[in-house]
Design a protein around this ligand. Structure first.
Ligand code: KIV
Ligand code: NA
Length: 276
């Protein structure tokens, strides 16, 4: 059973196996993830691009995440359900952040994730005091894409790497139970992982982390368009789904579907009535 304390204690250097987290946004996705044996399901604000057709994560609201969290939790996964706090839901004071996180917990989240470093310590303290477990997120944080000038790998200079390391140590001090490291050079992620006592979950951050996370739709080959370097696709479900729909559409237009095997029969009496 995945619990916050169990996750918090999962450091590879202490003999734990790497943690596995995947996003899911609905009940079938959560069942597939859980059957795959993941430790954590992230109801990420990546729902914006993966499901809602938005160009980035900035359009997502707390009510959107809550809606998807509720669907995921109805699948009753064994995995820990972590929900993203959307952009601006934790940038306007402790009280608003606790209210936003509270909505996600009431929807079924067991922990929340938020992006940023030392500028978030006050808000993390408020959430922790409200008994809401917090996961951090550093590096290429997508809610900062406009500041970064796009989805640009972070931590590429010594100054930038030192800033990420200092942020990571500050997040640990503030009480996060784990942190995502996204889009940073692998050696930087390894240094951060060595210097903090809570697990690091990498995405585009190399093999030196205490776990890995991927977006469900990326891992399964649903995403059309650009696939970032770190994405490894383990299936091509997008292509498979397109072929399946096209095959069914062809059968319908050619009169091959439905055949007798996919239709309901009538009793002899009813068949006779229908043929009068
Ligand atoms: O929203 C998301 O999917 C995420 C992961 C990529 C870490 O934040
Ligand atoms: Na996210």
């Amino acid at each position: 059973i995945a619990t916050v304390p169990a996750i918090a204690g999962s450091k590879v250097r202490s003999g734990s196996r790497p943690l596995v987290m995947v996003t899911a946004y609905d009940a079938p996705g959560a069942r597939i993830a859980d059957d795959g044996g993941v430790d954590m399901i992230l109801v990420g604000d990546s729902v914006a691009m993966a499901v809602l057709g938005m160009p980035d994560t900035l359009g997502v609201r707390v009510r959107d995440i809550a809606h998807h969290v509720a669907a995921v939790r109805r699948a009753q996964p064994r995995a820990l359900v972590v929900a993203d706090l959307p952009w601006l839901s934790y940038h306007r004071g402790r009280r608003r952040a606790v209210e936003a996180a509270g909505k996600l917990v009431r929807a079924g989240a067991q922990a929340v994730k938020l992006e940023g470093g030392r500028e978030r310590l006050d808000v993390i303290d408020a959430l922790v005091r409200a008994q809401i477990p917090v996961m951090g997120h550093l590096g290429l944080t997508p809610q900062s894409a406009n500041v970064f000038g796009g989805m640009v790998v972070q931590g590429r200079s010594i100054v930038a790497a030192e800033r990420i390391l200092a942020d990571a140590m500050a997040l640990e001090q503030a009480g996060v139970f784990a942190m995502v490291l996204e889009g940073i050079p692998a050696p930087i992620a390894s240094v951060v992982t060595a210097r903090v006592g809570v697990p690091t979950i990498g995405i585009g951050a190399g093999a030196g982390c205490d776990g890995q996370v991927l977006v469900f739709h990326d891992l399964l080959g649903f995403a059309d368009g650009h696939r970032p370097r770190f994405v490894k696709t383990y299936a091509e479900l997008g292509a498979a789904a397109r072929e399946a729909v096209a095959a069914w559409a062809k059968d319908v237009t050619e009169g091959a579907y439905p055949d007798d095997a996919h239709a309901y029969r009538a009793s002899t009496e009813l068949a006779a009535w229908a043929e009068r």
